[in-house]
Design a binder for this molecule. Structure first.
Ligand SMILES: O=C(O)C1=C[C@@H](OP(=O)(O)O)[C@@H](O)[C@H](O)C1
Ligand SMILES: C=C(OP(=O)(O)O)C(=O)O
Length: 454
């Protein structure tokens, strides 16, 4: 069993102070993409035959997906070289799990698996940690209920529906045409996955494009899926009762994990860092564009295709940054990178203005409120607005840092890593209250950082 799996239920907080050290120099590689890893496990578990995956992210979130797929009949194992072998049950072949599906901290596992189960004649119960149990599930329940699936969810604040929840799949489910009311790859993917085992054609209309890993990978597995541009919207159609063919998948490095080292190298003087094998799918690469617009020197070396996704090595050098107004239209292509962008903005010259970020309030934590509090506590001037933050940067001068209480991370890995990066450019350092959630997406983050500091 990989080390990451054993950390799931450790009750003790693990605080750590991150302090300024030397420049970040050398070459590193970040772990596999979390979104692609979840999908590789799920689709492999639905194919007939053996799928092989290299570069899989062995973080807690992906392990939660793997455990759930095992509970529904798939055989999933890892060899000593880190290759994963997934023997699937076939679309329509998911078994009734005999235990609750424990989703830990992972929104992606929960929402995509709700979609998968929605069109299978089985029932399942989803549970999660304190963070996941607050997150809204109505956005997935609404379309899946239209397909005939039944839900019993726990009522949350303001009429929201939350975990724990029970789902009873429909067999057969009814195909729908659904226009996404919120820009969410998780909602899009949940409906497409339900469509896999639904007779006829299920259609998702996406007014604002979001990450397209499901579309790319389902096509690779042989699903009958089309994407069309119509009046500026993406129309995605999937024909159900598909048969998926097993694949060999190489998972590229996660741009959302690379983001922490990109920003760290930009803000720590003297840094010159190469990050190898970073996924640069245009639906994910917004941060690189925004940081370049702020003056960041980020060079793409050896662009290539890995596992059907564009990838390059990134060379990042310390750069004087200046504040900008970030176009809300780029938000979906960097939705998980805003916490660390706020840290870059804190070191920039002048004001950085962000808007259109309401979705950040329903992630692992309310990332607008939590980052506003965290940055203020280390001496950054921040204004919190309803849908964004305005940050007044230090113009490259080190941040004061935190001398009082530790930054509260609220079980949010991205807050923990963002504030760790802020510590590298601070006088007094930054104390993070709990580093354990980092293992959900980037188990070797601290080891990589410590390795660079030597
Ligand atoms: O589909 C995915 O793999 C993801 C979609 C995004 O969530 P939303 O769909 O809620 O925007 C993102 O924040 C999450 O980390 C991963
Ligand atoms: C929002 C995230 O993940 P999830 O929704 O899968 O919990 C994230 O990784 O930043």
């Amino acid at each position: 069993m990989p080390a990451a799996e054993s950390l799931l239920h450790d009750p003790a907080m693990r605080p750590r102070r991150f302090v300024a050290g030397g420049p970040l120099r050398g070459t590193i590689k970040v772990p596999g993409d979390k979104s692609i890893s979840h999908r590789a496990v799920m689709f492999g578990a639905l194919a007939v035959g053996e799928t092989r995956v290299t570069g899989l992210l062995e973080g807690e979130d992906v392990m939660a997906t793997a455990d759930a797929m095992r509970a529904m009949g798939a055989t999933i194992r890892r060899d000593d070289n880190g290759t994963w072998y997934i023997n699937g049950v076939g679309v329509g072949g998911l078994l009734q799990p005999d235990r609750a599906l424990e989703m830990g901290n992972s929104g992606t596992s929960t929402r995509l698996l709700m979609g998968l189960i929605a069109s299978h004649g089985i029932t399942a119960t989803f549970t999660g940690d304190a963070s996941l149990s607050k997150r809204p599930m109505g956005r997935v329940i609404d379309p899946l209920a239209q397909m005939g699936t039944a839900f019993t969810a726990t009522p949350g604040p303001n009429g929201s529906q939350t975990l724990p929840l029970m789902i009873r799949g429909a067999a057969p489910a009814v195909p729908i045409t659904y226009r996404l009311p919120v820009a969410s790859a998780q909602v899009k993917s949940a409906i497409l996955l339900a469509g896999l085992n639904t007779p006829g054609v299920t259609t998702v209309i996406e007014p604002i494009p979001t990450r397209d890993h499901s579309e790319r990978m389902l096509t690779g597995f042989g699903a009958d899926l089309t994407v069309e541009e119509q009046d500026g919207e993406r129309v995605i159609r999937i024909r159900g009762e598909a048969e998926l063919k097993p694949q060999t998948i190489e998972v590229p490095g996660d741009p959302s994990s690379a983001a922490f080292f990109i920003v760290a190298a930009l803000i720590v003087p003297g840094s010159d860092l190469v990050i190898e094998n970073v996924g640069l799918n245009p639906t994910r690469a917004g941060l690189v564009e925004v940081l370049r617009a702020m003056g960041g020197r980020i060079e793409e070396i050896n662009p290539r295709i890995v596992g059907g996704e564009p990838v390059a090595d990134l060379r990042v050098c310390h750069s004087p940054l200046h504040g900008i107004t970030v176009d809300p239209a780029v938000a979906p292509s960097m939705i998980d990178e805003f916490p660390v962008l706020f840290v870059a903005a804190a070191l920039a010259e002048g004001r950085t203005v962000t808007a259109g970020l309401d979705e950040l309030r329903v992630k692992e934590s309310d990332r607008l409120a939590v980052m506003a509090t965290a940055l203020s506590s280390i001496g950054v001037a921040v204004e919190e607005r309803e849908d964004g933050l305005v940050i007044h940067g230090s113009g490259g001068a080190r941040l004061p840092g935190g001398t009082g209480t530790a930054v509260a991370t609220h079980l949010d890995h991205r807050i923990a890593m963002s504030m760790a990066v802020a510590g590298l450019a601070s006088d007094a350092g930054v104390e993070v209250d709990d580093t354990r959630p980092i293992a959900t997406s980037f188990p070797n983050f601290e080891a990589l950082l410590d390795g660079l500091a030597q």
